[in-house]
Design a protein around this ligand. Structure first.
Ligand code: CU
Length: 153
């Protein structure tokens, strides 16, 4: 049994990280760790993140660029399934004093802080119900390129 687990772990950790897919590792206490990067070219390195229903997600957003957050800030915002992304992005634009998260928004499931080049931020949350959700960066003008699908299965 232990050998099997060791082999499994070896298999998991020696897999080359396929680009565009989440590098997900599940620890013993069922926490799914996700690391997503944003860069100075206004891109996330992942366009899809898959997690299991009922899991706790520990997500780290790393800004791997150099530009300050006033010019190239990034956040990671998970939106409810029925949200029209364009409409949300418009309202986020006017929420500059709240790091581009509209206050009391029912559209947001969870979000990270806004970070600039070289910074990172981590949040932990329970995976929402099974389904497909959209994640974006809500910094003005970024959502067109910085978005992806968050799948709970
Ligand atoms: Cu951004």
């Amino acid at each position: 049994m232990n050998i099997l687990i060791s082999l499994l772990m070896l298999f998991v950790f020696t897999q080359p990280s396929t680009d565009k897919k989440a590098t997900v590792s599940t620890t013993a206490d069922a926490v799914t760790e996700v690391v997503i990067e944003g860069n100075d070219q206004m891109r996330f390195n992942l366009t899809e993140i898959k997690v299991k229903a009922g899991s706790t997600v520990k997500l780290t957003l790393k800004h791997v660029g150099k530009l300050p957050k006033q010019a190239m800030g990034h956040n990671w915002v998970l939106l409810n399934a029925d949200v029209v992304v364009k409409d949300f992005a418009m309202s986020a634009m006017s929420a500059r004093d709240n790091d581009y998260i509209p206050k009391d928004s029912k559209d947001v499931i969870v979000h990270t802080d806004l970070v600039g080049g070289g910074e990172s931020t981590t949040i932990e949350f329970e995976a929402p119900a099974k389904g497909e959700y959209t994640f974006i960066c809500s910094f003005p003008g970024h959502y067109g390129l910085m978005k992806g699908t968050f799948i709970v299965e």
